[in-house]
Design a protein around this ligand. Structure first.
Ligand code: NDP
Length: 449
């Protein structure tokens, strides 16, 4: 609590106590409140009428039972969550995560971060997040479908185009969104395309949504490198994960002239000094749904697989952590700095621990926080909502052009705010303050609700 403004310390203590044991949520609260201290010194009105306390309290939290029957005819029980965090700027918006680690604290941290991220996009969307402790790994297509249907059997009561619009996240991609949209349509007897985003192109999805988070991160980092007169061109990059965000970050980095030399999954990582073969990764992960170790087996010479270990030991110029929260710790940050890293772009949500962020900032490494750098996914989801509302379908080029423009605007807003608050180059501060002020302004206008 040492860096928190003293006026905010009692608020933080109460929050930590009221959300006991939710360590990821505590981490996110600490990080945001650390930045907010500077705002309330300049604008004390934002600390009036318990605005800070209200912004840190979800508007609604839903926890529900998800019973389903597996392929062996056994009944399985999972827990479903939806945290509707803040709707000052628009309907709640944020992904659904299916992963065994999911609990209320993780969903709350993600919903809290999402609120400020969505504000940063400049589009009319509030913040929310949801998911389940369901583990999709090794489950058949039919099991995935039955689980998604049971999950939506409850969730459908709480969502809607004007209420709450979920999308994908870890473990939830196009297949799962399709199954959930199908059962939502049947339950409600409405073709309400705008209720979910990340839909397939055949039933109301947006072009470039699949690519958006990874592409967006690459656009942000490219602009950030530009402030130092450099770019991805010729840079060695390491990208953790090999899911949706990682794969499309690789694709855009390659198109910017960078070379990706390593990627991973939760079992280990592969290093390919000749440059990762993206089509092979797509085949293994998107089509076969196999482990990344397959990459080394299929690629053969010049490439090696390391089970366990840390991908951050691989020397690189730019690192894009794109797997999960707290995947890059202080030790990892030190080895990246020692190996000469110049920029980090968080593709995942909160992948770097606070200690790691501190090490990067102390070392003068350009650091793009997730809530700014990975906002391209939700921004393109909002563009999908626009297309659904106007019964329209844009070209890939038009959608990507909007995405690039949004990412550049987010970058510039964060950089300008950091400058205004006396911390040039501090994108963490810039993102937190810009997002906070946009939400706080709307909440002040709407009264105590
Ligand atoms: P995917 O499920 O498509 O991929 C996740 C990847 O990360 C997989 O390679 C997975 O490996 C790995 N991973 C997941 N959990 C762990 C773990 N505990 N330890 C190590 N590796 C892990 O998810 P996404 O790519 O969609 O999401 C990745 C991150 O990006 C998340 O933090 C998500 O919140 C964030 N994000 C996603 C957005 C989107 O549009 N999809 C938008 C903004 C942020 P394995 O297969 O072995 O589990």
């Amino acid at each position: 609590m040492s860096h928190i403004d003293e006026k905010l310390q009692p608020i933080l203590s109460t929050l930590l106590h009221r959300n006991a044991g939710e360590k990821e949520f505590h981490q996110a609260l600490n990080e945001v409140l650390e930045s907010v201290g500077r705002v309330i010194s300049k604008h004390p009105e934002y600390a009036e009428e318990a605005l800070i306390e209200r912004i840190c309290e979800p508007e609604r939290q839903i926890i529900f039972r998800v019973p389903w029957i597996d392929d062996n005819n056994e009944v399985q029980i999972n827990r479903g969550f939806r945290v509707q965090f803040n709707s000052a700027l628009g309907p709640y918006k944020g992904g659904l995560r299916f992963h065994p680690s999911v609990n209320v604290g993780i969903i709350k941290f993600l919903g809290f971060e999402q609120t400020f991220k969505n504000a940063l996009t400049g589009l009319p969307i509030g913040g929310g997040k949801g998911g389940s402790d369901f583990n999709p790994r090794g489950r058949s297509n039919r099991e995935i479908m039955r689980f998604c249907q049971s999950f939506m059997m409850e969730l459908h009561r709480h969502i809607g185009e004007y209420i709450d619009v979920p999308a994908g996240d870890i473990g939830v991609g196009g297949r799962e969104i399709g199954y959930m949209f199908g059962i939502y349509k049947r339950l409600t007897n409405r073709y309400e395309a705008g209720v979910l985003t990340g839909k397939g192109l055949s039933y109301g999805g947006s072009r470039a949504r699949t690519e958006a988070t990874g592409y967006g991160n690459a656009y942000f980092v490219q602009r950030m490198l530009g402030t130092k007169g450099t770019s991805f061109d010729g840079k060695r990059c390491v990208i953790s994960g090999s899911g949706n965000v990682a794969i499309y970050a690789m694709e855009k980095v390659l198109s910017f002239g960078g070379k990706v030399v390593a990627c991973s999954d939760s079992d280990g990582y592969v290093v390919d000094d000749a440059g990762i073969d993206l089509e092979l990764v797509k085949q293994i992960k998107e089509v076969q749904r196999e482990r990344i170790s397959e990459y080394a087996r299929l690629k053969g010479s010049g490439c090696h697989y390391i089970k366990g270990g840390s991908i951050w030991d691989v020397p690189c110029d730019v690192a894009l952590p794109s797997a999960t929260q707290n995947e890059l710790n202080g030790g990892d940050a030190k080895s990246l700095v020692e190996n000469g890293v110049i920029a980090i772009g968080e593709g995942a949500n909160m992948p770097c621990t606070p200690e790691a962020v501190h090490i990067f900032q102390e070392a003068g490494v350009l650091f793009a926080p997730g809530k700014a750098a990975n906002a391209g996914g939700v921004a393109t989801s909002a563009l999908e909502m626009q297309q659904n509302a106007s019964r329209d379908s844009w070209t890939f080029e038009k959608t990507e052009e909007r995405l690039a423009e949004i990412m550049h605007n987010i970058h510039d807003a964060c950089a300008e705010t950091a400058e205004e608050y006396g911390a040039p180059g501090n994108y963490v501060l810039g993102a937190n303050i810009t997002g906070f002020v946009r939400v706080a302004e709307a909440m002040r206008a709407l009264g105590i609700v």
